[in-house]
Design a protein around this ligand. Structure first.
Ligand code: CTP
Ligand code: CA
Length: 234
């Protein structure tokens, strides 16, 4: 869509987006991380700002320029991300959790660089579970605001299909919309294109977004968010 053909349906709305992937420190030079680039989150920010929203991105380890008009707050690990989300959610009309948050972090950050010890193998790494920021947003909300959008990267397994896992996650996280990506070789991470199914908690039909640029998926997410915010006003 040409920028001048975009709907101005997010004017006056505040949209909070998380992007990128958290890094959980192991020692001063190493971390546990993931391959999220932040491109999908930044595409959502760009789409929302183009439609008139005031947008803040909480960016975890992205190497992307802030889109014009978007405020970017940089964070490193899951607990930083949680703090910044909590600091900004109060004024948000919608929160889009596109960041890949590490599920676990090392139980302790070793103060000096971990060394290979002659002859002995590596020491095991103890992990702790990180807070589930999305589930926390769903649980703490009293009314229907902010509209909450989660992401899920799923492969499907012996316990269910990609969509089975998506539907269970939507319910578990208490979000309004869940963007479900099928992941596997060459899909979703570090690529320019994406495809997804967007599931809704209100019983409306899932929206299929065909394989294409991340900005198309961003536009589809903005459509659904704008629609829900309009409905909440009426
Ligand atoms: N998420 C979060 N906090 C976490 C983990 C995930 O807020 N500690 C958010 C992600 O930003 C995403 C959604 O939850 O929007 C789903 O992430 P995902 O990793 O698919 O869900 P998990 O509950 O961690 O389940 P899984 O065991 O499949 O990893
Ligand atoms: Ca996870």
């Amino acid at each position: 869509r040409r920028p001048d053909a975009l709907p101005r349906d997010l004017v006056g709305r505040r949209v909070l987006v998380t992007a990128g992937g958290t890094r959980e420190a192991l020692d001063p030079v190493r971390y546990l991380g993931n391959r999220s680039s932040g491109k999908q989150g930044f595409a959502i920010a760009l789409a929302a700002v183009a439609r008139g929203a005031q947008v803040t991105v909480i960016a975890a380890n992205t190497a992307l320029a802030a889109p014009p008009g978007v405020t970017v707050v940089e964070v490193t690990d899951a607990r930083d991300l949680q703090r910044q989300v909590q600091a900004h959610v109060g004024s948000a009309d919608a929160v889009v959790m596109a960041a890949a948050v590490a599920d676990f972090r090392p139980a302790a950050v070793v103060e000096s660089k971990i060394k290979k010890q002659d002859g002995r193998g590596p020491a095991p790494i103890q992990l702790l579970t990180n807070p589930d920021i999305l589930a926390e947003l769903g649980a703490q909300r009293t009314g229907q605001r902010p509209v909450i959008v989660g992401f899920a990267a799923e492969t499907g397994d012996e316990n269910g299909s990609v969509l089975d896992h998506g539907r269970a996650k939507l319910a578990r996280k208490g979000c309004d919309l869940l963007v479900v990506n099928r992941v596997g070789p060459g899909r979703a991470f570090e690529v320019e294109d994406n495809a997804a199914t967007i599931l809704a908690a209100d019983g409306s039909e899932p929206v299929q977004v065909a394989f294409g640029p991340k900005i198309d998926l961003a536009a589809a997410i903005c459509d659904l968010v704008a629609e829900r915010l309009t409905r909440l006003d009426s």
